[in-house]
Design a binder for this molecule. Sequence first.
Ligand code: ADP
Ligand code: ZN
Ligand code: ZN
Length: 730
Amino acid sequence: MTIARVALPVPLRRLFDYRVPDGHPPRPGVRVRVPFGRRSLIGVVFELAETSAIAADKLKTAQLLDAEPAIPDSALSLLRFAAAYYHHPPGEVAHAALPEALRAGRPVEPAGLESFMLTRSGRDAEAQLPDRARSQKRLWERLRAAESVVAEELDADFPGWRPVMARLNARGWVRRTEHQPRFPAAAEVASAPALNPDQRRAAERVVQAFGARGRFLLYGITGSGKTEVYLHAIAECLARGRQALVLVPEIALTPQIVARFRARLSLPVAVFHSGLSARERHRAWSAARSGDAGVLIGTRSAVFVPLARPGLIVVDEEHDPSFKQQEGFRYHARDLAVFRAATEEIPVVLGSATPSSETLANVARGRYTRLELPARAAGASLPRVQLLDLRRLPAADGIARPLLDALAARLERGEQSLIFLNRRGYSPVLLCSDCLWQARCPRCDARLTFHLQAARLRCHHCGAESARPEQCPNCGGGKLADVGAGTERLETALRHRFPSARVLRIDRDTARAPGALEHRLGIAAQGGADILIGTQLLAKGHDLPNVTLVGVVNADQGLYSVDYRAVEHLVQQIIQVSGRAGRADKPGEVMIQTLAPDNPYLADLVAHDYDAFARRLLAERRAAGYPPFAHFALLRAESARERAGLDFLRQARSLGRALAQSRGIGVSLFDPVPAPMERRAGRYRAQLLASAERRNELHELLTAWLGRLDDEPLGRTVRWSVDVDPLEMY
Ligand code: ADP
Ligand code: ZN
Ligand code: ZN
């Protein structure tokens, strides 16, 4: 008897056994539909077996959905590895790796693109359209205005179009066609600049590694020409008949990268990210899997997309925290990309101006080869960086005099300025000046942020909203004061101070509507604003060649965070945002406001010495026994009941300690503690840190330990999860 061991989308860390036809057993990677309790689920065959722990007469039968594996072997190994490494239910891992259409059981090949056009008689039909038939008229006009119209466009903006189309069709006025679209490629490849010697050396090292393993850090400041090196290596990869996978942090922020790749590469470039429709994602996935697309550019989840002929993986901005999924299946796409490249026996290039501590440690250990681009390709110089000591300089509306003066000078010269503040809203604290009451979220251990335009108090952690009270709800009298500044307050203040300046704010509040972010970034890049104010949304993404001043309003947020990673992320963000500036012939200037101008990390920033910063950071991490010199896993538990999460974690710790001791595994389990923000959305959260010097020991313990916790009755009373290599410690 053949048994298929199936990964099903249920939150259990195991596979499920089903009977499959003996004569033609499926290969692993085939999708099946199976009965599961009262439901019918779609899963992926992970393994085949001869026997099962389940009695033969109890085994149910799986219905095969694919003749050939939907997920080819190498992609399947990646899923197995990811499930094991992150100790996550394999069915949820497989689910995350498949486009929606495949999860729903549809064929691997996407349906063709459906489009409609008017026939000749349809073109002359205007007079025959009854006046009452308004929607027919509207659809007819839509068709007349274009060569042809794609069904998906109509789905988006012409609700209920199908019956209307059917009526036009019944009279012979429209023709329907279906075809498989190709992803665009350059008809004529745009010419590439001749690589400078550093770029050439870097590109050659990567090309020499083709067909074998090779792990590279491409380390070069913004504008040093990293993308040119990728393009060169990718073109070479395509010329050898292989495909390339390119991972980027966020495509919405960098639409130019796709255009640049398409202009320069002769084979189709497919794109894969969450902003696309399910059909578009299905098409991109399928084109990569079949080999029709030469290049797949995508965000985090693109790391799972199968390639018919893999040749190269590039991870751009490898330090970016958005490569780590922060909920559910908490994987790190960069780390999986490195694993994938090894199993596919192809090179991987991690590119960054500010490499992560992990990657730098891997370079130091000789595991990665460091390729460096030390200078800006187009010859622009580095911006001058200056600290503004907020202890001495009075700051009106959160901005100190020298920064205001510098802003005024830019306005006079017609240059752009960028003000960076990672805090949206008007003010983060609403305070009663009499009794010191503060507006707090009723469901979280957090203050409410006042949003001026919406005139609401909002919780940035759970989304709770309320009206701003007229008077202090505590003492009834008292004047309510807005303390501290967010981007909205800066915007208000700067508009007031520079009435003739065009001020543009870019944060999650102004970029909520679909397309709004791209629109605003476009305005910014084209010089349609004088002062840009924004959060990290503005720090990544577009080049802003006309920006010659960058102001960092509050560097201290990151310097004194409870999160040991905050400094690393802050410095990376500041360098990233500064890199947007002064790329052309105009030198840039960066001003960083701080209450701690003596902080050595800031000194490294002023000196443009990311290497010195990284050495300092790594020395501190080593001394503290933190990653990358230790390996962490965080067990989180939450419950609506106050002590429940902590109680569970205490029990988990005793269990884990006993296991570690009896098996001689070197893992420290720390005391369970409430999360830094204990209550969030009405739930009490607690966490337990596991730390090991050796990665395999951590995993050995986790495997045994989580298996036991899965059976622990107390575990069913709370919601708990494990985060391997956590990026955020709260
Ligand atoms: P990065 O990816 O490191 O930010 P890019 O590859 O985007 O850098 O290069 C920055 C700018 O310099 C781009 O406008 C690019 O066209 C230009 N550039 C890169 N390499 C060269 C080169 N070798 N010669 C001339 N211009 C170059
Ligand atoms: Zn009061
Ligand atoms: Zn809240």
